[in-house]
Design a protein around this ligand. Structure first.
Ligand code: HEM
Length: 487
């Protein structure tokens, strides 16, 4: 009898401590007041959320403060929400700290879905397309050759290439944005970068996200938050200076995105009377492009070299293909169909380490449903792209690095990839990124043999460090120049 009474008491206690605002959806027990906050502070959140899917299924809910989040873990379910029902889930959660980093919700990446956001995204999309058609290929080629020089200068000594990849990616996007290139030691570029990096890292920290879920914490002193405010102010000052310099130039670079945006602003305001876009939209779009376009591409390049150190035979195959197909010349983006081994490498790194592993949270803008579950308006949706790319129902041996799978599986396995998200919020820089990944990798692997510095023990750790961007832990590598005459 005593045991029965104790278990009854325990049952009632559990019911009191665990609550669920989406009764149908499975999910871990949510503790009174803190909900599932502990689940979200996990060191490698994408892996943890993927492991939870093995227990609760490919769609489950988590509670954090008074916010309900629904985590989607398979390609099929993510596509249902982001692509098929895009207009139900195109919103972004409005948050206290998001508002601060996005200049009051004026970035494309964090702005909520409405007429103003649509006009803003259209403006940036067409400016980006115009500049890409005019100059993207040349800009990337120049940066790839510049990166080659930098690596040559190391003369085969072991180095950490993370910073060089960041400078290369950053130079592509700053050249597109401002028509201006910087050297590695440019203090201006370093200032801009350390500031943008710091903002992304601080914003991804639980010290900051806790302020969104628990408003009372905003009353307490928070040095991390104070740092975030300082970096945001610094960022805005740098961008403002760039835009003012650009505006005051006599011979403006016509193909720079900034110019295109400023021109487009006038066109938009003359024709579309419903929404007035202003300088703040150009300012925040520049922030979007610089943040979106640097750490993602750089992190991906660093992952690629790390994986190749583990599988030298893949590197040998890509090199052989480059030599046979290109016969010594440098590649063009139009060569990609003739370089399937290289493309399979690119796809496999995008699959195993999607650099934006949890995309950017979406918000249900109206009551809807996903996988048959009712999803109330304002629910936060987390597309776990990392989980979808490791789904054993779609990928055989999902945790292994096997670029060959894309050669064997052909088009259908490429269609199952979704590193850039999908639907209304599809990565705005997808075509920039794809050309960068292809050309940078082809140039690097044509000219260098990447080898571990000393022995097997020094191979990179492939687990990664996950924040907003999934990065590889720092490692060193030797970039040995290939013989100038190709076999
Ligand atoms: C959004 C991935 C490179 C600009 C995103 C999202 C993902 C992503 C997953 C979120 C989609 C969603 O919310 O559902 C990547 C990957 C890249 C990359 C894997 C490279 C390997 C770039 C580049 C740029 C860029 C080069 C800029 C030139 C943006 C912007 C957004 C975005 C502005 C926000 C779009 C919106 O909210 O409408 N990206 N990205 N990204 N990305 Fe990228």
């Amino acid at each position: 009898k005593c045991t029965e009474a104790a278990s009854g008491l325990l049952h009632h206690l559990c019911r009191f401590l665990t609550r669920s605002s989406s009764p149908g959806l499975p999910g871990p027990p949510s503790l009174f007041l803190i909900g599932n906050m502990m689940e979200l502070t996990h060191e490698h959140l994408p892996i943890h959320l993927t492991n939870l899917a093995r227990r609760y299924g490919n769609i489950y809910r988590l509670k954090c403060g008074n916010t309900t989040m629904v985590v989607l873990n398979s390609g099929e379910i993510i596509r249902e929400a982001l692509v098929k029902k895009w207009s139900d889930f195109a919103g972004r959660p409005v948050s206290y700290t998001g508002d601060i980093v996005s200049g009051g919700g004026h970035t494309i990446s964090l702005g909520d879905y409405n007429e103003e956001w649509r006009a803003h995204r259209r403006l940036v999309h067409s400016a980006l397309q115009r500049c890409c058609q005019q100059s993207l290929h040349d800009v990337i080629e120049r940066q790839a050759l510049h990166l080659r020089e930098v690596l040559m200068d190391y003369r085969g000594s072991p180095v950490d290439l993370a910073e060089d990849f960041t400078v290369a990616a950053s130079n592509v996007i700053t050249t597109l944005a401002f028509g201006k290139e910087y050297g590695k030691s440019s203090s201006e570029l370093q200032k801009l970068h350390s500031c943008l990096n710091e903002i992304v890292a601080l914003w991804g920290s639980s010290w900051i996200s806790a302020l969104d879920s628990f408003p009372l914490l905003r009353k307490l002193p928070n040095p991390v938050f104070a740092r975030l405010l300082k970096e945001v102010a610094k960022r805005d000052e740098i961008i403002r200076e760039h835009l003012n310099n650009y505006k005051s130039q006599n011979n403006k670079t016509e193909d720079a995105i900034t110019g295109s945006l400023l021109e487009g602003l006038e066109r938009n305001n003359n024709t579309d009377h419903k929404v007035r876009l202003t300088d703040i939209h150009v300012h925040m779009a520049t922030v979007d492009l610089l943040i979106g376009g640097t750490e993602t591409t750089a992190a991906w390049l660093n992952w690629t070299v790390a994986f190749l150190l583990h599988r030298p035979e893949v590197q040998a195959k890509v090199y052989e293909e480059l030599c046979t197909v290109l016969e010594g010349r440098y590649p063009k983006y139009s060569d990609r169909r003739r370089l399937p081994v290289l493309c399979s490498l690119i796809n496999e790194v995008l699959r195993l380490r999607p650099v934006a592993p949890l995309a950017v949270p979406h918000r249900a803008v109206r009551d809807s449903s996903i996988a048959g579950y009712f999803i109330p308006k304002n629910t936060v949706i987390i597309p776990n792209l990392f989980g979808a790319h490791h789904d054993p129902a779609v990928w055989s041996d999902p945790y292994s690095f096997r670029p060959e799978r894309f050669l064997e599986g052909g088009e259908s396995s490429t269609r199952a990839l979704m590193p850039f998200g999908g639907g209304a919020r599809l990565c705005l820089g997808e075509s920039v990124a794809k050309m960068e990944l292809f050309l940078f990798t082809a140039y690097l692997l044509r000219d260098f043999h990447f080898i571990p510095p000393e022995n097997e023990a020094s191979l990179p750790d492939l687990r990664g460090v996950a924040s907003v961007v999934l990065k590889v832990k720092s490692y060193t590598v030797t970039a040995r120049p290939r013989p100038l005459t190709h076999p």
